[in-house]
Structure formats: C-alpha cells, structure tokens
Design a protein around this ligand. Structure first.
Ligand SMILES: Nc1ncnc2c1ncn2[C@@H]1O[C@H](COP(=O)(O)OP(=O)(O)OP(=O)(O)O)[C@@H](O)[C@H]1O
Ligand SMILES: [Mg+2]
Length: 221
C-alpha cells in the first residue's frame, strides 16, 4: 500500500529567463512502512519535493496525496493541522530550540498542538534513542549526533504516519551519521512508520528499502 502518491508535480521558481524548474513533472509512489532514500545532485529538486510532500510548500501543478489526504485545496490552517498530525520533520541542522532543554524540545510540538504527551511512549523513545540521561541538558551541551537523536525523538513523539528527513546526517561524521541513521531506522520500524530521507551519501542510501533518484526536477527511471 502506498502512503504517498505524487502525480505530475511541478514547481517553478522565478520568471522568464531566470525561471528554474525545480520540479518538472514528478510521479512517485512511496510504500507505507518502508524506508525510501531520495538521492540526486545539488539543485536537482530533492528538498522542494520533500517540502511538497510535507505540506510545507504548494505546487504549481500536480497532486500530492499523503495518507489519504489530498493536499490540493487544503487551506493554510488545514495544512498546518496536516503537518502536525501526519508528518515528522528532521533537518540537517537539527533545528532545536537552544533555550529549551532536551525534554522540552522533544515535547515542543505536542505543547504547540495543546496535547499532552503519553509518558510511557516518551520513556520508550528516549530510551530507544539513548537520550534518557540527558533530558535536562541544553542542545549545545550535546554532540551533533546527540542533538540529532533529540530531533528524531521530537519528530516521533506525535506518532506521525511519515517521517521526512532532509540530509539528517549531513552535519555528522560518518560513524555517528551511521549510528544516528541506524537508530532512526530502528525507530520507524518499531513504530511502523514510513521514512523518506534525502541523502548525498550513497552508503547511507544503501540502507534504504528503495532509492529514488531525482535529476533536473524529474524522477530518473
Ligand atoms: N525558494 C526558492 N526560490 C528560488 N529558487 C529556489 C527556491 N527553492 C529552490 N530553488 C531552486 O530550485 C532548484 C531545486 O532546489 P532544491 O533545494 O530542491 O535542490 P536540492 O536537490 O535539495 O539541492 P541540495 O542537494 O543542494 O540541497 C534549485 O535550482 C534551487 O536554486
Ligand atoms: Mg536540499
């Protein structure tokens, strides 16, 4: 079963001679419960595609359906509900709030949504990601790998159907990158989530169930 389907997706930036066809007719299906890696040269459209799937940006043409929700026609408020309930994002630069502790960072999306955390699930995640000893630390006190594990916990806490990660190990050395990706894989398998990850690292892409290559705004067959 596919959790994401993308039809003829187009996104152009700019006008006239300077127009960039960031996405130029992408068709894609992502299978539920699988780990899909997106690879491709810099500027090929990977981040643009991920942002469309996550409802972070709106296409010029085409369709994105995520977990039964057609994003076309959702109003901004509905899109933000969609993002909060269905999607967990993980970024290259972690995007943690420096003035909040590890625990507060993990719970931040839930507090924004006004929901209360499931304490059992919280315990489980922080154990799985080896951060249970650092809950009162601030992000700057952790290593890059440690910060990314916190960001993963934050992405998982709302039990989203799909995790979207944009080069999550891009700022880590290769060993801690592999460790972090191993834990990310373990987490999504444990909670039967779907992981879509952009990476430049072909070694990491090999850990995926499925690899999609983007070239000049299209999926290369
Ligand atoms: N907001 C924007 N305004 C103008 N052009 C943009 C914008 N976002 C992306 N682009 C352009 O669209 C193209 C695709 O960008 P995108 O960020 O999706 O590439 P990418 O594959 O993620 O690259 P990288 O590997 O370097 O992160 C690039 O030419 C980029 O310059
Ligand atoms: Mg990118």
């Amino acid at each position: 079963m596919d959790i994401v389907t993308v039809h003829n997706l187009k996104k152009y930036f700019g006008r006239g001679e300077n127009q960039v066809k960031a996405l130029d007719g992408v068709d894609l299906a992502i299978e539920k419960g699988k780990f899909t890696a997106i690879i491709g040269a810099s500027g090929s459209g990977k981040t643009t595609l991920l942002n469309m799937i996550g409802g972070m940006d709106i296409p010029d043409e085409g369709e994105v359906i995520v977990d039964g929700v057609n994003l076309r026609g959702l109003k901004e408020k509905e899109l933000s509900v969609f993002r909060r309930s269905k999607v967990g994002f993980i970024y290259q630069n972690f995007n943690l709030v420096s003035t909040l502790t590890v625990k507060e960072n993990i719970l931040f999306p839930l507090s924004l949504a006004g929901s209360t955390p499931d304490p059992v699930f919280f315990e489980e995640i922080v154990k799985l990601l080896h951060i249970e000893e650092r809950l009162n630390a601030f992000p700057a006190e952790l290593s890059g790998g440690g910060q990314q594990r916190v960001a993963i916990a934050r992405a998982l806490i709302a039990k989203p159907a799909i995790i979207l990660a944009d080069e999550p190990t891009g700022n880590l050395d290769s060993k801690s990158g592999q460790n972090v990706l191993g834990l990310l894989k373990l987490s999504v398998e444990t909670y039967r989530q779907t992981l879509v990850m952009i990476t430049h690292n072909l070694e990491l892409a090999q850990m995926a169930d499925c690899v999609v290559r983007i070239e000049d705004g299209r999926v290369r067959a």
